[in-house]
Each structure stands twice: as structure tokens, then as C-alpha cells.
Write a protein that binds this ligand. Structure first.
Ligand code: GLC
Ligand code: CA
Length: 585
């Protein structure tokens, strides 16, 4: 075994992702906070995860829920103090867990001192810290340098009246993009945003939009797909610019290589295995693993609105899974992540399972079986372990949904749909299925008012009505709950880690649109995972490649039928004489 393929702590990690605004409110103001997170560390440890990832809690005007950072070393006051953050780090370590932060350095907030200085004048010493460009003049009119549409609507260029130039923002107007071409900027980022926290004992980062740092500096116009607006989708230009890998190697050298830490890069618009490998191959010395988007986009249609599609195909779900799993085989000397949810995604039960009362628990457990038997590092998002579901369809999208992305979406929808009622309805339905807001409702701790998330009457975002039925306290008491199932699966994942964490992945029946069957293999041992993704009974066969006599390890139903999987049933079999299921390496 090459040195690089030896197990590392982060390969055996399960990450639990926390959204500070919605996890737990400690001071009764209706907003989650850092002491709230600290108060729930035992719950997180008892789940059986060993790394927590905290979404941004830094000082921020909160246009994009903290992904617009005004000071990398300070804390958003309503979330707590620097001392609270130190206590959270210490409390996590005291329980034998690691803690990683969110690193958001493609852009800052427009309120960051660097940008304030940069926009002061064209002669500012920090002018070149952001991407400033002169206007183009077309038919005597001032227009931005190109036609790219920002991720949150409108042009990616914002006109700055006092200095008569445009600045670039891939996301909101309040999120100006840093100029990574400037080596002084890169140094400042490493020192203030990265190494500052690593020196304090933080165990690494989830790295926001990591493949957007290097820009295509000629800023070519994107193809016109919607002639009714000047702003065209330009996804392929946002990501993977010419100097990206050079920048990532430098960041690795200057930051991560000096500590025993993990780097998990968010990597949109990069669907091909051969383009992913350079980010995560140990030899390239860039990142440890990346978060890809292909599965998360599977049920989004094309077109400007990317409407939800009910008819997403399981064979694609499997192919995408297989593509990521290949990263983790020893020959590639790389690693991958697996996730179904995060703060940018709607709830997986509602999208890939079923939130109908008779199937909700069953399908949440089925998806958990998928998530926790794959190789690589799984990421569990808060509430996923309870089988939390999307917000009810009776809620008014324009009133209850808070995300700026949804606000932009509804504006676009109304513009595109006009009087077309059918289109409007489809668009609203799509938001009800896929909006980022669904994952951002407060965590459902118990059945008391506001789900035990806060003592306040008003919460920053409405609590999902489902809390009386779906909550942690009730599931703690119930051995057949989704929570109990997660705990058991996480134990099994570690007991049989050679199979589940490191084992090879072999897909059976890749074209079957109803069930997913795969084998995890390590030397003479193997596990068989059977998942029914439908609300009907489905036949199954044990693949001939399975070695030994299959013994049921766990299932999400009390009894198992011989050749049939019940609706959303999940089973894991191992060979009964399996040997390598110890903590040994
Ligand atoms: C990432 C974050 C998302 C944020 C965006 C801009 O995609 O996950 O929440 O809006 O970057 O920082
Ligand atoms: Ca609070």
C-alpha cells in the first residue's frame, strides 16, 4: 500500500453539518447561535459522527446568510462572541470529535474593510484586490463588460457610480469577487481567513465555491439562451479558470500542508471524473475531497428556471454514484464525499424518497442506508438524521421562504410566466420541491412550541409544521425511529469499515429504474446493499458476484420476504463467514 493510501482520520470521518441560524437558540431571540450548538454536542456525539462542519458564523451583514463575510476573524454578534467560538472548539475536541469551519474566499462582503478600501478610489492601494472593469459603450449606452447572469440574478457586474467602473460578483451584489490574480490578496486570505483558524486548532475547512477563484480574464460573452433578458447563464465560465490548480496548490502549500487538517472543496460544474481527479489526487497536493453537484442537480430540469422534474432517473442516480465511488479506489489515491442534503438543498426524503405519511420513515431509512454504506466521507445535514421533510405545500412561497436565491427565483418566474397560470403553478411547485429554504427551517428538537428550538415566540424562519411528529426527543424514545437507525448504521459502518468505508463498489443492474443493488467488497468479504426507491413491491435477485452465504445485517423492516423488496425497503447482507470486520487496518 502506498504511503498516501494509508487511512487518515478524515477518511473514517462522518461529517455532521450545522447551520447556525437554525440549529439551537440559547438566548431566546429566535435565532440559533454558537452557545446553542455547544449545548447540543452530546447529541451529535451520540449520533456516532466524528466531525462537525459549522456553516459561516463570521461577522456579516447576512445578505446571503453569512456567505458574505465582513471580517474573517470576528463573529456575527447575534451568534455569540469569539470566546463562544473558542468554547465550541474546545467542547468538540473534549468529546473526541473534530470541527471544521466554512472558508468563503472567492468573495467577501461589500462591507469587508478590503472592499471598502478598494472602492474608495481608482488609485486605492487595494483597488486591485477585487475585479474592476470599465464599462463598454454600445449604441452610446453604458453596458457591463459582458452578459453573464449572476447566480442570484441580474448582471455579474455592478456599476460603482463614484469611481465610474464595474465590479464583478458571481453571487449577490453584496458579494464582490476577490482578485486571486494578485499575490498580495492570496497571502492576505491565507493569513487572515485560513491559518488564523488552523492555528487556533480548527481541524480544516469546507471550502465554498473552491473552483471559482481563477477567472477567465477575457470575460467572453455567454451564448444567448434567453433573448428576453440581457443576462445569460454562464456556469461554464464561473468555474475552473486557467490558473485554478496553480492557486489551489499554493493554498495547500501555504496552509493545509502545515497542519493535520482536512480540506473539502465545493466543486460545482465539474461532472467528469477526469476533471475531478486533479483536485483530489494525493499527488497533486490540492484538496482532500470535493463536494460534487451532479446528484443534487439530478431532479432539476434545464432552462432558465431549472424546474423540478419528478421523472428523474434512478439509472443516472446510480451512474453518478459510481463515478464518485471510483475516486476512492486505492489505484486513484484520492477520496470522495457522499451527501444527499446540505443548506443549499431541499430535504432528500421529499425529493428522492417519499414524505407521504406511510412511506416517510421507511424511505428516510432507505436513503440513510445508501448514504452510510458508500466509500468516502459521508456528510449528514442537521435534521436529515430525523428524516425531516420539506415545508408544507400550503405555505406561501413569497411569504415564508427567506433565501435571496428564492426571492430572485420568484421574480424571474413571474417575469417569465407573465399571465401563464400553468407555468406559474409549475414554477411554484418547483420551489416547493427544491428551494434552499427547506433545509433552513429550525431543527426539530421536541414537540414543545417552536420545536424546542427557541423559547421565543417568533423564530427567524417558520418552524416546519411537521415538528409535532418529527422531532429528536420522540425519536430518542423510539427504537424504530430514523434517528435510531442512523445510530445503528453509523456503528456498523465503523465495525465493518473495510467494507463500507474502504471497500470497492460494484453496481448490479445499472439500468433498473426501481431498485439499486450494489456490492461492497474487501478481499474475501462482501456486503450486499439492496434499496427499493419505489412505493411498490419490487423483485430482487442476489447477484452471482456475491460470495458466500448472505446473512442479513440490517433492514428497515421487521421481516424480510424472500424475493421481494417492500416499498422503500433497504437491506444489507454480508457473507456469514466475513472476517475483516474489526477496527484493525
Ligand atoms: C455556496 C454556498 C451557498 C452560497 C454560495 C455563495 O454555494 O453553499 O450557500 O450562497 O456559495 O457563497
Ligand atoms: Ca440566539
Amino acid at each position: 500500500m502506498a504511503n498516501e493510501t494509508l487511512p487518515k482520520w478524515w477518511k473514517e470521518a462522518t461529517v455532521y453539518q450545522i447551520y447556525p441560524a437554525s440549529f439551537k437558540d440559547s438566548n431566546g431571540d429566535g435565532l440559533g447561535d454558537i452557545p446553542g450548538i455547544s449545548s447540543k454536542l452530546d447529541y451529535i456525539r451520540d449520533l456516532g459522527v466524528n466531525v462537525i462542519w459549522i456553516c459561516p458564523f463570521y461577522k456579516s451583514p447576512q445578505y446571503d446568510m453569512g456567505y458574505d463575510i465582513a471580517d474573517y476573524q470576528d463573529v456575527h454578534a447575534p451568534y455569540g462572541s469569539k470566546a463562544d467560538v473558542d468554547a465550541l472548539i474546545a467542547g468538540t475536541h473534549a468529546r473526541g470529535m473534530k470541527i471544521i469551519f466554512d472558508l468563503v474566499v472567492n468573495h467577501t462582503s461589500h462591507e469587508h474593510a478590503w472592499f471598502q478600501e478598494s472602492r474608495r478610489s481608482r488609485d486605492s492601494p487595494k483597488r486591485d484586490w477585487y475585479m474592476w472593469r470599465p464599462a463598454k459603450v454600445v449604441d452610446g449606452k453604458r453596458v457591463p463588460p459582458n452578459n453573464w447572469r449572476s447566480n442570484f440574478g441580474g448582471s455579474v457586474w455592478e456599476w460603482d457610480e463614484p469611481t465610474q467602473e464595474y465590479y464583478l460578483h458571481y453571487f449577490a451584489v453584496q458579494q464582490p469577487d476577490l482578485n486571486w490574480e494578485n499575490p498580495v490578496v492570496r497571502k492576505a486570505v491565507y493569513a487572515t481567513a485560513v491559518n488564523y483558524w488552523l492555528d487556533k486548532g480548527v481541524d480544516g475547512f469546507r471550502i465554498d465555491t473552491v473552483n471559482m477563484y481563477s477567472k477567465f480574464l477575457d470575460f467572453p460573452d455567454a451564448a444567448v439562451v434567453d433573448p428576453s433578458t440581457p443576462w445569460q447563464p454562464a456556469d461554464k465560465y464561473y468555474s475552473n479558470g486557467p490558473r485554478l490548480h496553480e492557486f489551489l496548490k499554493e493554498m495547500h502549500r501555504e496552509c493545509f500542508s502545515k497542519y493535520d487538517v482536512v480540506s473539502i472543496g465545493e466543486c460545482p460544474n465539474t461532472p467528469n471524473f477526469k476533471d475531478v481527479l486533479p483536485f483530489v489526487s494525493t499527488q497533486e497536493k490540492e484538496l482532500d475531497m470535493v463536494i460534487q453537484f451532479d446528484l443534487a442537480s439530478l431532479d432539476h430540469g434545464g432552462g432558465e428556471l431549472r424546474l423540478w422534474r419528478r421523472d428523474w432517473k434512478l439509472h443516472l442516480f446510480k451512474a453518478i454514484t459510481e463515478d464518485a465511488q471510483i475516486l476512492a479506489i486505492p489505484e486513484h489515491d484520492a477520496w470522495c464525499t457522499t451527501y444527499l442534503e446540505n443548506h443549499d438543498q431541499a430535504r432528500s426524503v421529499s425529493r428522492f424518497g417519499s414524505d407521504a405519511p406511510q412511506f416517510r420513515v421507511q424511505s428516510a431509512k432507505m436513503l440513510a442506508t445508501y448514504l452510510l454504506t458508500l466509500s468516502g466521507t459521508p456528510i449528514v445535514y442537521q435534521g436529515e438524521e430525523l428524516g425531516m421533510v420539506n415545508m408544507p405545500r400550503s405555505w406561501d412561497v413569497e411569504k415564508e421562504y427567506k433565501d435571496l436565491n428564492t426571492v430572485d427565483y420568484m421574480r424571474e418566474l413571474r417575469r417569465i410566466a407573465g399571465d401563464d397560470k400553468d407555468m406559474l403553478e409549475k414554477g411554484i411547485y418547483s420551489a416547493q420541491m427544491t428551494a434552499r429554504d427547506h433545509s433552513r427551517t429550525p431543527m426539530q428538537w421536541d414537540s414543545s412550541p417552536n420545536a424546542g428550538f427557541t423559547t421565543a415566540k417568533q423564530t427567524w424562519m417558520r418552524v416546519n409544521d411537521s415538528f409535532t411528529e418529527i422531532n429528536a426527543a420522540a425519536q430518542e424514545q423510539d427504537g424504530s425511529s430514523v434517528l435510531a437507525f442512523y445510530r445503528t448504521l453509523l456503528k456498523l459502518r465503523h465495525t465493518y469499515k473495510q467494507l463500507f468505508i474502504y471497500g470497492s463498489f460494484e453496481l448490479s443492474e445499472p439500468d433498473n429504474e426501481d431498485t439499486m443493488t450494489f456490492i461492497k467488497r474487501h478481499e474475501e468479504d462482501n456486503a450486499l446493499v439492496l434499496l427499493n426507491f419505489t412505493k411498490d413491491d419490487q423483485p430482487f435477485v442476489v447477484p452471482s458476484r456475491f460470495k458466500g452465504r448472505p446473512e442479513l445485517l440490517i433492514s428497515n423492516l421487521p421481516t424480510a420476504q424472500k424475493h421481494v423488496l417492500r416499498p422503500y425497503e433497504a437491506r444489507i447482507y454480508i457473507n456469514h463467514d466475513a472476517k475483516t470486520m474489526t477496527n484493525g487496518v
